[in-house]
Design a protein around this ligand. Structure first.
Ligand SMILES: Nc1nc2c(ncn2[C@@H]2O[C@H](COP(=O)(O)OP(=O)(O)O)[C@@H](O)[C@H]2O)c(=O)[nH]1
Ligand SMILES: [Mg+2]
Length: 372
């Protein structure tokens, strides 16, 4: 019989596209490792070639990937990925990052783990990270919130099912903005504890890990959810995952390549006023890696992790989630890559590209009443 002690603590961190989940998970993983614990990470996407997986692996973490469908619709893949992670060394902690456009995760992931996998897993309180850029616009009910009301519905439902909420990016928010977000959250999700953190600097992480360490009746907030609205809101996003190989006879700056690609995509999306939910790229070359992100149309591309690497060859992965036709997104990327290659005198080959709108979510399990 499996003893209580050997259960894997399952920590899922939710939140909208670009909220800061991957950044927070990297930091939490280091925190638990520093305590001598073994950590595994599970990333998730509707397609393969994930920036997040590459980024977390580059940080030395042991990462399994559920690619091709979200955790809720591919639940068995989530548990088998954890099993595979355990083959080498059984983790004490698994950190899991669901797709940022997913909701209803308590009914479709947390509750199934509690009810069907109680012998293997001990599920931590479910924390959802609030993305301030879109959060302020959506929760204030601004006329121009960037997304349609259906996509905003997903954003709000994600907050409603959380055991606790995390206002991220306090390193760049004014005190007045933090106060306002906290007030808005108290209305959107009354009685849910709200933390303030910076996944970038680590500010507020003591309260974050303390919250994650709590035991009790968590994961009980099962949503009343209209799956038609959810599916339509999700399908408003164009999805693109692409892997590229850049080469040159002379060395080029990897950081410049990524910034060039993301900036040129931004300019083209601005022309058609398409709102970006998250545009992320990672460049990998001989152990060095650069990351550039853009998390909304009114914030600039950010070189989140500079490599300062000069190289003759690099692999580049681009993941874009934008409120636009996915075929347009693909054309934009093809034009941009040709333009940047010309400017920087590189050859850039497309290795694999997938572009689509997410399909209707059909969960493997859904428990309509709580237990645990
Ligand atoms: N300034 C600031 N940037 C952050 C913070 N957390 C995340 N970011 C940046 O926001 C972008 C999206 O973060 P990521 O962790 O990929 O979000 P995810 O889509 O939720 O996994 C990246 O450029 C991060 O570096 C934060 O606390 N402060
Ligand atoms: Mg992520």
């Amino acid at each position: 019989m499996t003893s209580e002690r050997s259960k894997i603590r399952f920590i899922m961190i939710g939140g909208f596209l670009g909220a800061g989940k991957t950044t927070a998970i990297g930091r939490l993983a280091r925190h638990y490792q520093d305590q001598g614990l073994t950590v595994g990470v599970v990333t998730n996407d509707q397609a393969s070639d994930l920036v997040d997986t590459n980024l977390l692996r580059s940080q030395g973490l042991h990462v399994g990937e559920v690619a091709g469908a979200c955790f809720c619709c591919n639940f068995n893949e989530l548990t088998s990925t954890v099993e595979n992670l355990s083959a080498q060394q059984r983790p004490d902690i698994v950190l899991a990052e669901p797709v940022g456009s997913c909701t209803d995760l308590v009914a479709t992931v947390v509750q199934p783990l509690i009810r069907l996998y109680d012998a293997e897993f001990e599920v931590a309180p479910y924390g959802v990270i609030l993305k301030p850029s879109h959060g302020l616009r959506i929760l204030r009910k601004e006329a121009n919130m960037g997304f349609s009301p259906k996509a905003a519905y997903i954003f709000e439902k994600q907050l409603e099912e959380a055991d606790f909420l995390i206002i991220n990016r306090i390193d760049e928010l004014s005190p007045a903005e933090v106060e306002e977000l906290e007030r808005l959250l108290q209305t959107a999700a009354p009685q849910t504890p709200v933390l303030r953190v910076s996944a970038r600097t680590g500010d507020g992480f003591e309260s974050f890990t303390e919250m994650l360490g709590q035991r009790g009746a968590f994961g009980q907030k099962i949503l009343e959810l209209d799956y038609d609205v959810y599916a339509e809101g999700e399908a408003e996003l164009g999805w693109l995952n692409s892997s590229l190989l850049a080469k040159s006879s002379d060395s080029f700056a990897l950081d410049d390549l990524l910034v060039g690609i993301v900036e040129a995509i931004r300019e083209r999306l601005e022309l058609v006023q398409a709102e970006t939910a998250h545009l992320k790229t990672i460049g990998l070359s001989e152990g060095a890696y650069s990351v550039v992100n853009m998390v909304s149309s009114d914030t600039p591309p950010v070189l989140s992790l500079p490599s300062q690497c000069s190289t003759k060859e690099a692999n580049v992965v681009v993941n874009a989630r934008v409120a636009v036709d996915p075929d347009h997104l693909r054309e934009v990327l093809e034009e941009v890559v040709a333009e940047v290659a010309r400017k920087m005198q590189l050859t850039i080959e497309f290795q694999q590209t997938q572009n689509f709108r997410p399909g209707r979510p059909v969960p493997t399990h859904r428990f309509a009443t709580p237990e645990g």
